[in-house]
Design a protein around this ligand. Structure first.
Ligand code: SF4
Length: 685
C-alpha cells in the first residue's frame, strides 16, 4: 500500500470474486474505497478486469453489514460483544465434545477466505478439536476435478499455465461460460479464437463463446461421459493418437480401447443428441491440432458422475499426448471462486492435510505431528452433505460455517435448514445476516477480501497476495483473528500469529508450497505451485518429466457412461440447469448490494420459444418452476439460448427459491451435487 498526506492511498491486491485472480489496484480516500482499477502488470489480467472486480464493492459500506457479534437469546438473535460470543461458541464446542467426542464438531471453511485463514481453520479443527471434520465449498463445485485430475495425472490442479495455453491452436471449452463467469479469461479465449485457433464449444446452451465456435456441441445435460467417449472413439478410429506417448507415459489403453468400441458416433448421437457429423468434426479439430488445450467448468463436474466426466475428458489429452509433453496444454478447470483452489490446497478437506497428503497415511500424519506438536486424527472426516445428514440424525452437535450461505446455495435447501435447526450449536462467520445466519446460535461479523491480509491461489495454481485496502467496519474481525481468538478461549495456542507465519508453517509442512512466502510474493507478484524451494521458479506447466501418480504415468479411465440421477418424465418434462451470469457472483450477497444490481436486477428463467408456447408463458411474465423437491418463482425470458426441453437460471437470487428445486443426487466419488440436471415443470403462477 502506498499513501499520500491527504489520506488517499493505493493498495494492490487480488480480486475476491472469481478464480481468474485479477490483480487490482484499490484507491481509497479517508478509509473508503473510491475506485478499483485493473493492474496493467497483473500476472493474469494485464490491465483488464470485469464488472464484478471493478465495480462490485458497494457492499463494504452497506447498512446491512454485520458489525457486531450476535447471540441467540429466547429465540432471537441479539447484539453482543466478542467476549460473550466467543464464550458461547467455546461452551457449545466443549458440550458437543463431551456429548459425542471430537467428531461431533464440524467446520465448513471458505473459498472466499485467504489461504492462511483456511490453513488456520483446518489446524484449529485438527489440533484444538481433534477431528478431520472440515470441508470447504469446493465440495459443491470442483471436488470432482480434484479427484479426477489426481487419478488421471497425480495432482489436484490444472495441468498448465493459462499464459502457455494462449498459444494453443485448438481450444476445447467444455461446460463453461467464461465470457460471463470468468470474463477476463473468456476475453482471452475469444482473442485466441479470433487469432485463428479453432474453437470447439461443448455446452447445452448457446453460451457467449459458442457464436465464435467452429463447432458447438450441445449434449443433453448429464450425457458428458458418453460425449467424451465418443470423441475418444474418433481419435482412436482415425489414428489421431500419440502412440509413443501412450506406450511410454500412459497406462490403461487396452481397457479404454475395449470400452470405446461401445461408443461409435451414431450411438453417442442417440445418447447425447449431438449429431454424429459434428462429433467427428470436433474430434478431428482437437486430434489434428499441434497444440490443443482443454478448459472446462462446472458443466463437467456438477453431475452424478462428475469425476468420471473429468477423467473421460482427461482421456482426450492423454490419447493425444497433449499433456506433459509441450505438444498441447492439457486439461484446465476454470475455478469459479477466487480461492477455491487454495482452500483445498490448505487442507480444508476431510481426507487430506495441507498439500494433499492423506490423513490415512502414517508418514503424512507423522510430518504434521512434527510441525504441530500434537497427533493428527487418522479417520477421514465428514463431507459437507454428510455433515447435514449427521446433524439431522443427532451425531453432529456443533457446526461452524464460515462465509457460506448453505441455506441458499446448497441443493435441496429445505433439508439443509432442517439440519441446522437440529444441531445444538450453529455458528456463522458472515458479512451479512444470510439465510443460513438466521438459523445460527452465534453470528460472528467478519472482514471481506478488501479488508484482509494473506494470499489466494487462482485457477492455474498461482499464489498471489491479498492486502487490506480498508479496515473492517466497527467490531468485524478477519477470520484469521477470529480463529485465533476462539482457540485462545479454549486454551489452545495455534502458533503462527500472523498470516505470513501461517503460510511459512504451511510451506514447512507441505513440500509443494516449500518455496512460497509473503516476502517472495511481494517481490515477484505471483508464484505457481508446485514450488519446492525459494530458489525454484514454481511449475507453471506440470508433468514435463513424469506424472505425479504412484507409477509416474498418466492413467486412462474406462468408466462407462451412466445416466444422470433425474430424467424428465410426464410430470416433470423439462431439465433445469443452473449457472452464473455476468454481473453477479454466487449467492449475490456482495454483488446485489451495489451498482451491479441495476445491471442485472432480477433472476430470469431462460426457456425456448417452443416450450414457452407449449406451457402458455410469455417473455417477461412471472413463472413458477416446480421440481420433486421444491418450488421457485422467476421471470420468464424466452429465447434461443437454451434448447427445447431445457430451462436455465442462475443461483444469484436465492430468495427466488432456486436451490429448493435442486436434488440430493451427488457425484458418486466426491458427493458434489448434481446441480446441472433437475427435472422440473413450469407454469404461470
Ligand atoms: Fe477478474 Fe474474475 Fe475478478 Fe472479474 S471477477 S475482475 S475476471 S478475478
Amino acid at each position: 500500500t502506498s499513501g499520500t498526506a491527504t489520506g488517499d492511498a493505493l493498495t494492490r491486491t487480488t480480486c475476491g470474486y472469481c478464480g481468474v485472480g485479477c490483480t487490482l489496484d484499490v484507491l481509497t480516500s479517508a478509509g473508503a474505497v473510491t475506485a478499483v482499477l485493473p493492474a496493467r502488470d497483473g500476472s493474469v489480467n494485464r490491465g483488464h478486469a470485469c464488472v464484478k472486480g471493478r465495480f462490485a464493492h458497494g457492499y463494504l459500506t452497506s447498512p446491512e453489514r454485520l458489525t457486531q457479534p450476535l447471540v441467540r437469546r429466547d429465540g432471537r438473535l441479539e447484539p453482543t460483544g466478542w467476549d460473550e460470543a466467543l464464550d458461547r461458541v467455546a461452551d457449545g464446542l466443549r458440550a458437543a465434545v463431551v456429548a459425542g467426542g471430537p467428531d461431533a464438531v464440524a467446520a465448513i471453511s471458505s473459498a472466499r477466505a485467504t489461504n492462511e485463514e483456511n490453513y488456520l481453520v483446518q489446524k484449529f479443527m485438527r489440533v484444538a478439536i481433534g477431528t478431520n471434520n472440515v470441508d470447504n465449498c469446493s465440495r459443491l463445485c470442483h471436488s470432482p476435478s480434484a479427484a479426477g485430475l489426481t487419478a488421471s495425472f497425480g495432482l489436484s490442479g490444472g495441468t498448465d499455465s493459462f499464459d502457455d495455453a494462449e498459444r494453443a491452436d485448438c481450444l476445447l471449452v467444455v461446460g463453461a461460460n467464461p465470457v460471463e463467469a470468468h470474463p477476463v479469461v473468456g476475453a482471452r479465449l475469444l482473442q485466441g479464437a479470433l487469432r485463428g485457433a479453432s474453437l470447439v464449444v461443448v455446452d447445452p446452451r448457446a453460451v457467449g463463446l459458442a457464436e465464435h465456435a467452429d463447432v458447438h456441441l450441445r449434449p443433453r445435460p448429464g450425457t458428458n461421459v458418453a460425449l467424451f467417449h465418443g470423441l475418444a472413439h474418433v481419435l482412436l478410429a482415425e489414428g489421431l493418437t500419440d502412440s509413443d506417448f501412450l506406450r511410454e507415459r500412459a497406462t490403461g489403453l487396452p481397457e479404454l480401447t475395449e470400452l470405446l468400441a461401445d461408443y461409435p458416433p451414431d450411438r453417442v448421437a442417440d445418447i447425447t443428441g449431438v449429431p454424429a457429423a459434428d462429433l467427428i468434426t470436433a474430434a478431428r479439430l482437437y486430434g489434428r491440432a499441434e497444440l490443443p488445450a482443454i478448459f472446462y467448468g462446472l458443466g463437467v463436474t456438477e453431475h452424478l458422475h462428475g469425476t468420471d466426466g473429468v477423467r473421460a475428458l482427461s482421456n482426450l489429452a492423454i490419447l493425444r499426448g497433449a499433456v506433459g509433453t509441450g505438444r498441447g496444454f492439457g486439461v484446465n478447470p476454470l475455478r469459479g471462486q477466487n480461492n477455491v483452489q487454495g482452500a483445498s490446497d490448505m487442507g480444508a478437506l476431510p481426507d487430506v492435510l495441507p498439500g494433499y497428503g492423506k490423513v490415512t497415511d502414517a508418514a503424512v500424519r507423522a510430518r504434521a505431528r512434527e510441525v504441530w506438536g500434537v497427533p493428527v486424527p487418522q479417520r477421514p472426516g465428514l463431507r459437507i452433505p454428510e455433515m447435514f445428514t449427521a446433524a439431522r440424525d443427532g451425531r453432529l452437535r456443533a457446526l461452524w460455517i464460515i462465509g457460506e450461505d448453505v441455506c441458499a446455495t446448497d441443493p435441496d435447501t429445505s433439508q439443509v435448514a432442517r439440519a441446522l435447526d437440529a444441531c445444538p450449536l450453529v455458528v456463522c462467520s458472515e458479512l451479512f445476516l444470510s439465510q443460513t445466519a438466521r438459523h445460527a446460535d452465534v453470528v460472528l461479523p467478519v472482514a471481506s477480501w478488501l479488508e484482509k491480509d494473506g494470499t489466494f491461489v487462482n485457477f492455474d495454481r498461482r499464489f498471489q497476495r491479498v492486502r487490506p485496502a480498508v479496515p473492517p467496519p466497527d467490531q468485524a474481525r478477519t477470520d484469521f483473528a477470529v480463529v485465533h481468538a476462539l482457540a485462545g478461549v479454549l486454551g489452545v495456542d495455534l502458533g503462527c500469529p500472523t498470516p505470513a507465519d501461517a503460510l511459512a508453517e504451511c510451506a514447512r509442512l507441505a513440500p509443494v508450497f516449500g518455496g512460497i512466502s509473503h516476502d517472495r510474493l511481494d517481490r515477484e507478484g505471483a508464484v505457481p505451485w508446485p514450488c519446492p524451494g525459494p530458489d525454484r521458479p514454481g511449475e507453471a506447466t506440470l508433468y514435463r518429466e513424469r506424472f505425479a501418480t504412484p507409477d509416474g504415468r498418466a492413467h486412462l479411465s474406462a468408466a462407462p457412461y451412466l445416466p444422470p440421477g433425474e430424467q424428465p418424465d410426464a410430470a416433470y418434462p423439462l431439465v433445469l440447469v443452473t449457472g452464473r451470469r455476468w454481473a453477479h457472483y454466487n449467492s449475490g450477497s456482495m454483488t446485489r448490494r451495489g451498482g451491479n444490481l441495476s445491471l442485472d436486477p432480477a433472476d430470469v428463467l431462460d426457456l425456448h420459444a417452443d416450450d414457452a408456447a407449449r406451457y402458455g408463458l410469455r417473455d417477461g411474465a412471472p413463472v413458477t418452476v416446480e421440481s420433486r423437491h421444491g418450488r421457485a418463482r422467476l421471470i420468464a425470458r424466452v429465447g434461443e439460448q437454451v434448447a427445447p426441453g431445457q430451462v436455465f437460471c442462475s443461483f444469484h437470487f436465492p430468495a427466488s427459491g432456486v436451490n429448493s428445486l435442486t436434488s440430493g443426487h451427488a457425484d458418486t466419488v466426491t458427493s458434489c451435487p448434481e446441480y446441472k440436471v433437475t427435472a422440473v415443470r413450469v407454469g404461470a403462477p
